[in-house]
Ligand binder design. Structure first.
Ligand code: HGY
Ligand code: MN
Ligand code: MN
Ligand code: MN
Length: 428
């Protein structure tokens, strides 16, 4: 019944390149900013259109589709032994403002195409195969990264916090979810939690979002670990005032406090002793935001990561000390220093890595082991199932900007390795 040897299967895998490219292009049209940029934020009208698009494709692939209370979308292909834990694969389709059309999308459309590839080859799964499109991997709307996968993997704290979480327009999470047709009859989001052991493995196909594979001319990256992300929200408050009338000695400028803290982030990161420590201030708002008014309030959001969790936590501590010192020296109030998330890194599962290496070899694709400096839903799925990630090269490593690009050849390679790995794990 399972007569397929992987070797024969690998030679019969064919990807519908044109169809996949067309889907990537069509999906990118659901955007709140003009092409070539993509902006697709959680529960907005464009997000709902994209979700409908994905559910339709899952249906066309013969997958049975379900959604949970926050809109994680699951497409399932029942195996011959459906009572066994399924093998899952997926990624996200939300996109940060003015970003590209491959981040996340390659791992959702590619996963659906991997199912099609296996069906075309006549493969019959033993363990069911499940494609997942996670709700809101990006932190854009509510400041929470990997919201869907955090919940799926049982974050009680998040289920609680979401009851009074608001976006920048003061729309609550539940109201936003309901506007998109989710969180209908329950305000108890623990229904989203997946039972441990729901999956025997979870895989994610993603663009590298770094320059290594392209620079080394390699086709496939096999991820061994995902760096430890953290994010912090900071507010300073001062008296503000007239830009002409208030002399310098009498000022307590909340804007300069924020600027000084941003430079302190860079200093502490550079002094960490490792190139693997990174820090970014991607949001810095000044109030009232008038050229001739001394900022009375400032809001900045800090993203800092490292493959070494302790070293990252040390940097967070130093950033906090700097915020307190800067506030004191400038006579401003540090009205908020809120660590939103401070997550550990995740390690890929050895047997999943081996299955990916074997699949890459059988497909004669060059590959290497590497770490992921970007976080992914896999960071959380690793908490409830053996995890593995596949990278494909992307143009100069560009990501989170409109110039993001991956060739359909590289995407097709990734889809084939994903399909072959899924087949191996399904028969295991
Ligand atoms: O920011 C990240 O690492 C991910 O791409 N959202
Ligand atoms: Mn991203
Ligand atoms: Mn991503
Ligand atoms: Mn290539």
């Amino acid at each position: 019944f399972h007569s397929f040897s992987s070797a024969s299967l690998s030679s019969s895998l064919s990807v519908d390149d044109h169809g996949l490219q067309k889907q990537i292009d069509e999906l990118s049209s659901f955007s709140d900013t003009p092409a070539p940029s993509v902006t697709r934020v959680l529960y907005t009208e464009k997000d709902v259109l994209a979700r409908r698009y994905i559910k339709n494709l899952m249906g066309l692939s013969g997958l049975s589709v379900r959604e949970d209370a926050v809109g994680n979308i699951f497409g399932r292909w029942d195996g011959s032994e459906p009572e066994l834990a399924a093998v899952a694969t997926g990624s996200h389709i939300d996109a940060i403002p003015f970003s590209g059309k491959y981040d996340g999308v390659v791992g959702v459309l590619g996963a659906i195409e991997a199912i099609n590839v296996l069906k075309r080859s006549g493969f019959k799964p033993k363990r069911s195969l499940e494609v997942i499109s996670f709700t809101s991997e990006e932190p854009t709307r509510f400041g929470i990264s990997c919201l869907g996968s955090r919940l799926l993997t049982g974050s009680k704290a998040l289920a609680e916090a979401l009851k009074n979480t608001f976006d920048s327009q003061n729309v609550s999470f539940v109201e936003a979810a309901r506007s998109a047709g989710y969180a209908k009859d329950q305000d108890d989001l623990s229904s989203v939690f997946l039972k441990n052991g729901s999956y025997s493995a979870f895989l994610e196909l993603h663009i590298e979002q770094g320059p290594i594979l392209e620079a080394e001319g390699l086709s496939i990256g096999i991820v061994t670990a995902i760096a430890a992300p953290a994010s912090i929200k900071v507010d300073f408050e001062g008296n503000g005032g007239h830009a002409g009338a208030v002399l310098m000695p009498n000022r307590n400028d909340a804007g300069l406090a924020a600027a000084e803290l941003a430079l302190a982030v860079e200093k502490h990161v550079l002094e960490s002793g490792s190139i693997d420590t990174v820090g970014t201030v991607g949001i810095l708002d000044l109030h009232p935001g008038a050229i001739n008014s001394i900022p009375s309030k400032s809001h900045l959001e800090i993203d800092t990561r490292d493959i070494d969790e302790e070293r990252r936590n040390g940097v967070i501590e130093k950033i906090k000390q700097s915020a307190i010192t800067i506030a004191k020296n400038r006579g401003v109030k540090l009205s908020e220093f809120n660590i939103i998330n401070q997550d550990p890194p995740a390690l890929s599962d050895k047997s999943v890595i081996e299955a990916m290496e074997a699949a890459s070899k059988e497909l004669n694709l060059t590959h290497k082991l590497m770490i992921s400096r970007a976080y992914h839903d896999s960071l959380f799925m690793a908490r409830i199932s053996p995890m593995g990630m596949l990278f494909i090269p992307c143009y100069r490593g560009y990501s989170h900007k409109p110039e993001e690009y991956a060739s359909i050849e590289d995407i097709a390679n990734g889809v084939k390795v994903l399909a072959l790995t899924l087949s191996k794990l399904s028969l295991s």
